[in-house]
Structure formats: C-alpha cells, structure tokens
Design a protein around this ligand. Sequence first.
Ligand code: NZQ
Ligand code: ZN
Length: 394
Amino acid sequence: MNNFDFHAPTNILFGKNQINQLPNVLKQYGKTVLLTYGGGSIKRSGLYDDIYRLIGTDTKIIELGGIEPNPRLSTVIKGVDLCKENNVDVILSVGGGSTIDCSKAIAAGVFYDGNPWDFVVNDGIKLTKALPIVTILTIAATGSEMNWGSVITNEETKEKLSFHTRLVTPKVSILDPTYTFSVPTYQTMAGSADIFSHLIENYFNQTPDTMVQDGIAEGLMRTVLHYTPTALTEPTNYEARANLMWASSLALNGLTGNGKNGVWSCHPMEHELSAYYDITHGIGLAILTPRWMEHVLNDDTVERFALYGHRVFDLELNEDLYITAKEAIKQTYDTFVKWGVPMTLPEVGIDDSLLNEMAEQSVKHSNISTKAYVPLSADDVLTIYTNSLVPMTF
Ligand code: NZQ
Ligand code: ZN
C-alpha cells in the first residue's frame, strides 16, 4: 500500500427529513445563497418548494436553474457572474453530479481571475479560494456530494475534463434517500453503473497489498448488485435507495482509491463519448466496461479478474483461472443487460464515424497510455470502442 493523505471532511446528514436541518446549516455560511439545480426534477418532486418553505425570508436566494447533464462551461460562467453580482455567501446545490460539479466550478470561479476553463484544464492547481458548498443529493451516482472532483464540458471545443481541489469539497451534504424515489429507470441504471464503475476502476490496480480498500470495494459492489434490481422494480423501496445512495458516496470519497497507483481506464474513454455525443455518463461506462475487461485480460491480470468473479459474483475459483475470469466478465455484461442498459454504442446514437478521433483524444486528455491498470494506446481504445458497436458474445 502506498502513502496517502485521506481527507473526507463533508458532514453527511443522512436519512429521512434531514432537510429540516437546512436553515441551521446555511446560517453558518451567510445570508445570500445561490440555489443551483437542473432541468426541473426538484420542482416536480416538491423539493424546491420545501427549500423555500424552510429557508424563510431572512435568507436571500438567487437561482441558477437549468444546469444540464454533462454541465457546460457557459453555465459555469453564468453562475460565476450571478455570484459576483449578488455577493453570494454560499452555494446550495440541489440535484445530481452535474448540478454539484457545476456548482463546484462556480464556487472556485468566483475567486479566479480569468476564464474557469483555465483551471479545469490545469486540474485546479492555480486555485486558492472557493465559496462553501452545501448539497442536497437527488440521485445516487457520482459521489460528487462527498469528494473534491468536478467534471465540466467545454461545448465549443467538445472537451470534457475534470479538475480537483479540496477547496470545493462540499461542507455539508444532505442525503435523504426518499429524494431518489423519483429517479427514472434509465437514470437509476446509469447511476448504479457509475457507482459500480468507480469501484471497478479502483479495484483493478497494480498496487499490491491493499486488502482494506479492496474489501470495501467488494462489499460496495455486492451492495450495488443486490439493491439495483429492487430500486428498478420498486422505485420507492427505501432500503434499496438508501443503500445505493450511501454506496455512491463511499465509492468515490477516497476510501477505495487512496493508497493506490495509477489512473482509471474506462472513465477517460467514456468522457470522450459524452463530450462528443452528450450521452449519459453511467450508460457509457456500462457499455465500455465489459469490453475493456475483455481487452485487458491476460496472464498478468487473470488472477485479479478471477478473484473479482469469486468475491463479487460468488463464482467458484476454477483451477484454470481464465475460466473464472471470463465468466466474471460475462456476469458483468449480463448484469447490465438484466438491468435494461442499452449495451451497444449505436443504441445511444454513436456510430463509427468519430471513434478514431475520440480514441486519440482520450489518450491525449489522460494518462491511460502510461499509467492505467493495463496501459492503453489510442489503438487499444479504438478496439474497445469498435467492440462496443455490437453485442458481446461469450
Ligand atoms: O436535471 P434534472 O431535472 O434534475 O434531472 C436529472 C437529469 O436529467 C435527473 N434527476 C436527478 N435526480 C432526479 C432526477 N430525475 C427525477 N428525480 C430525481 N430525484 O437525472 C438526470 C441526470 O442527472 P445528472 O446530475 O447529470 O446525473 P449524475 O449524478 O449521474 O451526474 C453525471 C455527471 O457527473 C460527472 C459525469 O461525467 C456527468 O457529467 N461525474 C462526476 C464525478 C465527480 N464529480 O466525482 C465523477 C463521475 O465519474 C462523473 O464523471
Ligand atoms: Zn463516473
């Protein structure tokens, strides 16, 4: 295990009716709030009205609604302007990863002299200050509610990049699973696939002797496999939604990734798909993950894949590890199929016309060609994309 610096300072208020603490939470940070939200789900669910009812009149609320999935640089700039014009003290971000990520970039952008895209490209290194962020999470997926990352899309250059700074880690996140009852089937599958992918990305890593991180990841993967079908068939099942919500936060708050080397594989490949085609992040990951697994299965990785099958899918460890490893990859694919995920690129509107360009970009925008679990060249990425055009056969 490598040295690491674990810092997960977000105060999580988990469970039903935790929103009642919102007035006291916000009071700590000031009287002018930028309320950020997405395309309107919080209005339909009643959460928007609850927030106004609770906050009362002694707090001034400025609104930035309409934050799009795969949040855009132009929206970040709009939010920065609103904060500066109104001397905003704190951002209240209500929604999923897109709203929270956009809010993180706004929070940092307020104190940054220049275009926010600069600090996204430079991974946050020039940042010194940010507004405090409080979140109310409405979908279990990214973990943004408890981490220091943010992913922003520059719609003009078709680039989707992440930046990281502890300055934007949410101060408080309210996690009431009942707010996720209204998440539609497609987004529920996508959210679970994203959580699962975060765990996979950390689990398949070259650093030896990380039993703690791996044991936590295996438990969280089993949780996602166990509860996603229930959340899909019974959207208002509290225990299913609660377990998925907490899994989303723990999967990407450092617990399963700290102490390990290297960079992720499927996320850099997926970010190109959603940058070019604006697809749902988790769906792109579900499509790529089993193809990536198949592509990187070799004599060096087979034991890891077999153990994954044994510990996560309860497969028997065959003497021939390839048998167990291949079955584990099949089970991963079949799981997404059973959830109902469209499992080929054409089903989400992607044909072969830009695969080459996206493969080049994914290698340019990340270190997957040098530091991934199995380093991937642009040709490797192209093969994985190409294999994603048609259903897998086993
Ligand atoms: O916009 P609204 O109307 O709220 O609808 C949203 C949106 O259409 C809907 N939704 C959310 N909660 C709902 C709901 N609909 C009904 N009821 C509810 N309770 O779901 C749709 C997707 O929302 P979005 O915020 O885009 O989803 P998600 O949380 O999956 O965020 C995806 C973004 O986060 C980035 C992704 O790349 C993508 O841009 N990521 C952020 C990470 C991070 N900050 O750590 C890590 C991830 O790997 C990921 O890259
Ligand atoms: Zn993700």
